[in-house]
Each structure stands twice: as C-alpha cells, then as structure tokens.
Design a protein around this ligand. Structure first.
Ligand code: ZN
Length: 276
C-alpha cells in the first residue's frame, strides 16, 4: 500500500514537471473509488498549479478561463502515478485515469481501484474538505510538538499502535512505520494512549520523524527514475528492525521478536526493549 513517504516522493517528482502545464485531454477508465465529479471536458485547457500533499492525498490546483478548482488524488491500496514525458505506451488494463498535459501523460495505474481522482472547487470546499477533515497533524509540521501529541493521545483509550494507524492524531504512520517508530521509542504497541507520559510522547514523535525521514530518503533514491512508486517501503522494509522479523533475534537485545494482531494488522515488537 502506498504510504505517506511514497506519496510525498511522488508529489515532489511530479510537482516540478507539471507546474504550469496545460491539460489537453482526460481519459477515464473503469470506475475508481469515487467519481470524478465533473465531465472530463471541464478540465480541458486548465493550467496546473503547485502540487501539495495532505496525508496521503495529493492536491493539484487547476485554473481555467471560467472556473478554478483542482483534483484530489489518492492512490488507494495499489495505485501508482507515472508521468510519461514522451509518447506513452498503450494504456494497460489497470490504467484507469489518464491526464494528458503539455508536460506529458500522467497515468494512474490501480489494479484494485480503491484509488480516486476527484474534482473539488477548492481544497477547503467539499468534497475535498470533507475527505481531509478527519486527518491528524502532519508529522513534520513544526506545530506538532510533543505536548500537542501528548494532548491528542491523552483523550484516547485505544492501543497506541491502533491510534497511529488510524491517523487521526498524526498522519503518516502506516503499519511498517508505526511498528518501527514504536520500537525505536521503546514503547510496547499495546500501551493505552492515555497512559503515555509526555516524555514518551516526545520520544515517539522523534522516532516517527526519524523513520519517515529515512523512508523519504530511500524513496527519493529508488524513485528517481519513476519506475516504482512503491519502492521506498520495500527498501525501508529491508532495513526494518522489527517489522516482518517474527521469531528472529531483536537487533538490540537478542530476545525473539513477537507478532500480535491489532486492528486487523500485524504488529511486530520486542517484548524486552518495548515496555508499557
Ligand atoms: Zn529487544
């Protein structure tokens, strides 16, 4: 599943190449998670602005002669975006949205079709506003302090791992990153949120930023040629300290790494290094 670092690397790679380009045509394939919301014709000749990201959504502002707005993109479970600057290969069976612009052909390939591309008159107008409203803080937002994280978690009784995955306090901690951040912070993933001290919240925030920075750096290197938008999670996983290592020795203490299921997802942790 594309996680925040992959989405951010995708955004960075696309932003500079698409800025100022004009939409020529749009081809719609099989239905995605939500309908586009306008006819494909509406987008013709609109100018692409600066791409931004919120959680795992990419916002593409579009300016037209009579109308402004933008497209909100989500890669869902299996989506990837590729910009073909030269003549693209024929559309494949999983290419369900194509935006042909003066800068190249941007394709959304999404075998499971949980991804989406939808029109919104503005990022703070519906439907974008509604979709982004429930998202927690951005992990690298300087406004997200350890105190703010502590305050957000104090109101929750769920296990910290489940809260991280839910993304409504802080976004970006997909399964692998949540497991790794909790390991680095020395926190048992089953610990109830409201029991975490401010000092532990501070360690957790630092650890989350560390693992996401590492994934971003790896993604930047694997995505340079834009062949694989899921590269960073794969690369990151190869260096994981607990994720996917059930039964293997903890790299810090040698205790066997344990796996439990939380919120229908596998959690990996060291029962010695991570405490409640
Ligand atoms: Zn250990």
């Amino acid at each position: 599943m594309p996680e925040l670092p992959e989405v951010e690397v995708t955004r960075i790679g696309l932003a500079e190449r698409l800025r100022g380009a004009r939409v020529r045509t749009v081809h719609l394939g099989a239905p995605l998670r939500w309908p586009l919301g306008v006819t494909a014709r509406t987008l013709h000749d609109m100018e692409i602005g600066e791409l931004s990201r919120r959680g795992k959504y990419i916002w593409m502002p579009l300016a037209g002669r009579t109308r402004n707005g933008g497209l909100l993109w989500h890669l869902g479970m299996s989506g990837s975006l590729m910009l073909h600057e030269r003549a693209p290969p024929p559309r494949g069976r999983h290419d369900h949205f194509e935006l042909v612009s003066s800068a190249g052909t941007l394709r959304l390939t999404d075998p499971r079709r949980f991804g989406a591309v939808l029109w919104s008159d503005a990022i703070d107008a519906d439907p974008a506003r509604k979709l982004l409203a429930g998202l927690g803080a951005e992990p690298f937002d300087p406004g997200l302090t350890a105190q703010a994280l502590h305050a957000g978690l104090k109101r929750r009784r769920s296990a910290i791992k489940a809260a991280l995955l839910a993304g409504d306090v802080v976004v970006g901690a997909g399964n692998i990153y949540a497991c790794e951040a909790l390991f680095r912070a020395g926190i048992d993933p089953r610990t109830r949120c409201h029991r975490l001290s401010p000092a532990r919240c501070e360690r957790l925030l630092g650890a989350l930023r560390e693992v996401l920075s590492q994934a971003l750096a790896l993604g930047g290197s694997t995505l340079r040629d834009f062949r694989d938008t899921h590269g960073s999670a794969g690369e990151f996983q190869a260096n994981a300290k607990v994720y996917g290592r059930e039964g293997q020795a903890c790299l810090q203490c040698g205790t066997a790494v344990r796996r439990v299921v939380q919120a229908q997802r596998s959690t990996f942790f060291c029962p010695h290094c991570q405490t409640r």
